[in-house]
Write a protein that binds this ligand. Structure first.
Ligand code: AMP
Ligand code: TRP
Length: 335
């Protein structure tokens, strides 16, 4: 079976609708047809210098939301990155295959260092995409479901995989492909609908958090920024706000955007918003409740994560051994 791998950083108390529709929904679907592995990448989160207690809490919360969304530990692996030391080990080897210029071109690095300037950033932030490549390549991953913002990082993973295969021999690693669902690849900020919905995004009213109070979720939808026209139609350039609401509506209800346009013909923005608010709240409530159950039973959660890590580590070691051997590192006979 083809292998899927994906991951998110534990950098917020709650995932937002962009994470959910852009990535998690797809993760859950892919389990039916693929051998799936999903990780909470806490080592990546270290690049943000998080508070230790908060990092611990957010790591569990992120995993809880994977499970609540339908990641099924009976069929898929779910684990915490730092529990599988092979990630950091392969990342080191891959860093010696990565050009300085190549890493410097990553737009996320440029965005994240805009405020501090490159010299104020930590080296981890610079090598972050190399660790991401290690995550992916360790599991002989064929397909990586992510949102549009990760496309460039995936391209680096592909380039590194091809470089390894050309220098160390074919079959050293599998060259992964991105899996980006066009319709939901980018969910936009409700207050600033040309900007992606993001946990670091300015206005809290612009984002919908999975673990938010439903009343707040409804309020945020109802106060979404639209435009001065009255027609409800999808037009990303001229009507980014309405288009974003239609995208969300369609993704959650399963109704095609054209059908929604037809259904809302002649009706007002207020109708669309209040009905969408109901749809979102109805959708998120069971998700929220299930995530809270996992969060409230950390022992049960930790057991699932430990089982996932044990299996992931066994798979990862096979790849790491193959790469180390081809690099010319001596076999570690003490193990
Ligand atoms: P991040 O929030 O950057 O850790 O992203 C976690 C996952 O969610 C990645 O696969 C992203 O591509 C995806 N993602 C993040 N924000 C959005 C968004 N606004 N729309 C769609 N996908 C997103
Ligand atoms: N960089 C990704 C993000 O910010 C998270 C991530 C780390 C990831 N390793 C990965 C995603 C491997 C897919 C595969 O969203």
């Amino acid at each position: 079976m083809t292998r899927v791998f994906s991951a998110m950083q534990p950098t917020s108390d709650s995932l937002h609708l962009g994470n959910y529709l852009g990535a998690l929904v797809e993760w859950v679907k892919l389990q039916d047809t693929h051998d799936a592995i999903y990780s909470v990448v806490d080592l990546h989160a270290l690049t943000q210098s998080p508070d230790p207690a908060q990092l611990r809490d957010r790591t569990r919360r992120t995993a809880a939301q994977y499970l609540a969304a339908g990641v099924d530990p009976e069929r898929s692996l779910c684990f915490v990155q730092s529990h599988v030391p092979q990630h950091a080990e392969l990342a080191w080897a891959l860093s010696t295959f990565t050009g300085m210029g190549e890493a410097g071109r990553m737009t996320q690095f440029k965005d994240k260092t805009q405020k501090t300037g490159e010299s104020g950033a930590n080296v981890g932030l610079f090598t972050y995409p190399v660790l991401m490549a290690a995550d992916i390549l360790l599991y002989d991953t064929d397909v990586v479901p992510v949102g549009e913002d990760q496309r460039q990082h995936l391209e680096l993973s592909r380039n590194l995989a091809e470089r390894l295969n050309s220098r160390l021999g074919e079959g050293t690693v599998v060259v992964p492909k991105p899996h980006i669902v066009k319709e939901t690849a980018k969910i936009y900020d409700l207050q600033d609908p040309v900007k992606k919905m993001s946990k670091s995004g300015g206005n809290p009213k612009g984002i919908i958090e999975i673990l938010d109070d439903p009343k707040k979720v409804a309020k945020n939808i109802k106060s979404a920024v639209t435009d001065l026209e009255t027609q409800i139609r999808f037009d990303r350039d001229a009507k980014p706000g309405i288009s974003n609401l239609l995208t969300i509506y369609s993704a959650l209800s399963g109704e095609a955007v054209e059908d929604l346009e037809a259904r809302y013909e002649g009706r007002m923005y207020g109708h669309l918003k209040s009905e969408l608010a109901d749809v979102v709240v109805a959708y998120l409530t069971p998700l929220h409740d299930s995530a809270m159950e996992w969060i409230d039973s950390p022992d049960r959660l930790d057991t699932v994560l430990a089982q996932g890590a044990a299996k992931a580590s066994a798979i990862a070691q096979v790849t790491l051994d193959r790469v180390y051997d081809r690099l010319g590192l001596l076999p570690a006979l003490h193990r």
